[in-house]
Design a protein around this ligand. Structure first.
Ligand code: AMP
Length: 109
C-alpha cells in the first residue's frame, strides 16, 4: 500500500521528502500532528534493516527533525515504530510514526 503512495499511484498528504524517504499524514491521526516517515525502498519492517540501510536510517531521523520544525513541535514529540503483530504493526512497509501537538503518555497501549 505504501509502495503505491511512494510511486504516486495512491493519494497522500505528503509533507516532506528526501532522497530516501517520504513523509505523509496518517489517514487516522492519533495526535494533532501524526505523520508517517516511510522509506521509498520497500522494507517490511525494522527487522529488514541491514548495514546497507545507514542512509535510510539517517534520512528517517533527518526528516523527523525537519517536520518537527515545520509543524512547530517545540515542546516535544514522539517517534514510534511498531514491529510485527504483537508490536501492533498493521502495514508491512517499514514506517516510523511522528506524533506531536499534545501531551504524550507512557506506557503506550
Ligand atoms: P502501523 O499500525 O504501525 O502499521 O501503522 C499503520 C498506519 O498507517 C496507521 O496509523 C494507519 O492509520 C496508517 N495508514 C494506513 N493506510 C494509510 C494511507 N493510505 N494513508 C495514510 N495513512 C495510512
Amino acid at each position: 500500500m505504501f509502495c503505491r503512495i511512494v510511486a504516486g499511484e495512491s493519494p497522500a498528504q505528503i509533507v516532506h521528502f528526501t532522497e530516501k524517504v517520504i513523509v505523509f499524514r496518517d489517514a487516522n491521526p492519533q495526535a494533532p500532528t501524526h505523520v508517517l516517515i516511510v522509506p521509498k525502498e520497500h522494507l517490511d519492517s525494522v527487522e529488514s534493516l541491514t548495514d546497507a540501510h545507514a542512509g535510510v536510517l539517517a534520512d528517517i531521523f533527518r526528516a523527523a527533525n525537519h517536520v518537527r520544525t515545520s509543524e512547530g513541535l517545540d515542546d516535544g514529540w514522539r517517534l514510534v515504530a511498531n514491529v510485527g503483530p504483537a508490536g501492533g504493526q498493521t502495514v508491512s512497509h517499514l514506517h516510523v510514526h511522528l506524533l506531536g501537538g499534545r501531551q504524550m503518555t507512557w506506557p503506550p497501549g
